[in-house]
Design a protein. Structure first.
Length: 253
């Protein structure tokens, strides 16, 4: 394709006319330089752009995300799909840096897709963008390999910021999601009844929780079966329960 004149002669390059105009404007030059110079600068620019792939079955939202990302400096859309049925082949072909992944999609959920990607493309970052904020969805996605989790009500500017964060090694999350994750690492507060148990009673209750019989508990704790029964009776009284099942329910709460 003919390009600009350089030293009175036409030269060849692989740049399209619209790229000439837009990049000339962005580089702040009125007259294009030699093609070899511009090509090297454009190549450098393209290699530093974050390549984004979208999986979202809502066509309106998918289109809005495409417009948002394409209109943001430093980002480019490499693909956008309404389902993740062919996700592995698409990722292999399009080589994205970051994937925006919905959860509820026809044929295959985003969580299932994330697990498949983690097995083959662990270097590709996946940012969940979904309406689901329940514990099961959040933790299944994160355990599956997602490195970020946003709710769809997230403002556009924050979505762009999150894409850059996850690309740079961060794990952006909507505030309510981050709180759920943090709380999951905190020990549950004990009831006054559980706090009243002695260390020995806790040990015996823990052995029962493992499914051990009274005889095996006695053997493990190096005490007699009758002593085990005495401890269990005290545990019942302190927890105000009438069976091992009820005691274990409180222990596991």
């Amino acid at each position: 394709m003919n390009c600009w004149k350089v030293n009175g002669k036409f030269c060849k390059c692989y740049l399209m006319a619209n790229m000439h105009r837009s990049l000339s404007h962005e580089f702040g030059i009125r007259h294009p330089p030699k093609c070899t110079y511009l090509a090297s600068n454009i190549q450098e620019k393209l290699t530093t752009m974050i390549r984004v792939l979208i999986y979202e079955d809502n066509s309106t939202l998918r289109g809005a995300l495409e417009i948002l990302i394409e209109g943001s400096e430093g980002f480019m859309i490499v693909g956008a799909f309404g389902d993740a049925l062919d996700v592995e082949n698409q990722v292999e072909k399009l080589s994205p840096d970051v994937i925006l992944m919905d959860i509820s999609m026809p044929g295959q959920s985003g969580i299932e897709a994330v697990k498949k990607l983690q097995a083959r493309f662990a270097h590709v970052e996946v940012l969940m963008v979904t309406v689901f904020d329940d514990d099961e969805s959040v933790f299944e996605a994160l355990k599956g390999g997602a490195t970020g989790y946003l709710l769809k009500k997230t403002p556009p500017a924050e979505i762009i910021s999150a894409i850059r964060q996850v690309y740079e090694g961060g794990s952006p999350m909507s505030p309510s999601i981050a709180r759920r994750v943090l709380l999951s690492f905190q020990p549950e507060k004990e009831t006054p009844e559980m706090a009243s148990l002695t260390q020995r009673e806790r040990h015996i209750l823990g052995l029962l929780a493992q499914g051990l019989s009274y005889k095996l508990v006695a053997s493990e704790a190096l005490i007699s079966v009758e002593t085990v029964r005495t401890h269990i009776k005290r545990i019942y009284e302190k927890l105000q329960v009438h069976s091992v099942t009820e005691a274990l329910a409180q222990y596991r709460h």
